[in-house]
Ligand binder design. Structure first.
Ligand SMILES: [Zn+2]
Ligand SMILES: [Zn+2]
Ligand SMILES: [Zn+2]
Length: 143
């Protein structure tokens, strides 16, 4: 219950309408601590919302991603996943390809690239996307 209040506040602060579906979607992702595909989220949500269509889940996830509450994870298997990360401020994600956990990484190596782009290419960087893939300590130990 308390957690639901937190998601409620989160949506309100973003200026988004608080709907039961959005709350349920956030709690599915928030409780998981791993990245999930829209299909997986849909299957979980269908337990409470019988007539929920997959396109609605996609649309809601895209919207929450645009507002920065959840982040896209691009897997080498080409499947799209999302991860609950309402953390603001510039940071990147280290994702485990095996168990799907995500760690926030606050260091940004792209700053160095930006210097060269400014100096040599004479371009202006407006944004960048960077995701670091690998195996977490637990999964690396199993190999
Ligand atoms: Zn792992
Ligand atoms: Zn994050
Ligand atoms: Zn960065």
């Amino acid at each position: 219950m308390e957690k639901n209040t937190a998601y409620h506040t989160l949506l309100k602060n973003l200026g988004l309408k608080v709907t039961p579906k959005r709350l349920a979607l956030l709690s599915v992702l928030g409780e998981e601590h791993r990245y999930l595909s829209p299909e997986e989220v849909w299957k979980k949500l269908r337990r409470s919302f019988k007539n929920l269509g997959l396109p609605t889940v996609y649309r809601n996830m895209e919207e929450l991603e645009r507002h920065g509450v959840i982040s896209k994870v691009l897997h080498s298997n080409r499947q799209l996943y999302y991860y609950f990360c309402p953390k603001t401020g510039h940071h990147h994600h280290f994702v485990c390809l095996e168990c799907r956990i995500v760690e926030d990484i606050s260091v940004c190596a792209v700053r160095e690239m930006e210097k060269e782009i400014k100096r040599r290419v004479k371009g202006t960087v407006t944004s960048h996307i960077l995701q670091v893939n690998g195996l977490c300590s637990g999964c690396a130990g199993k190999q």
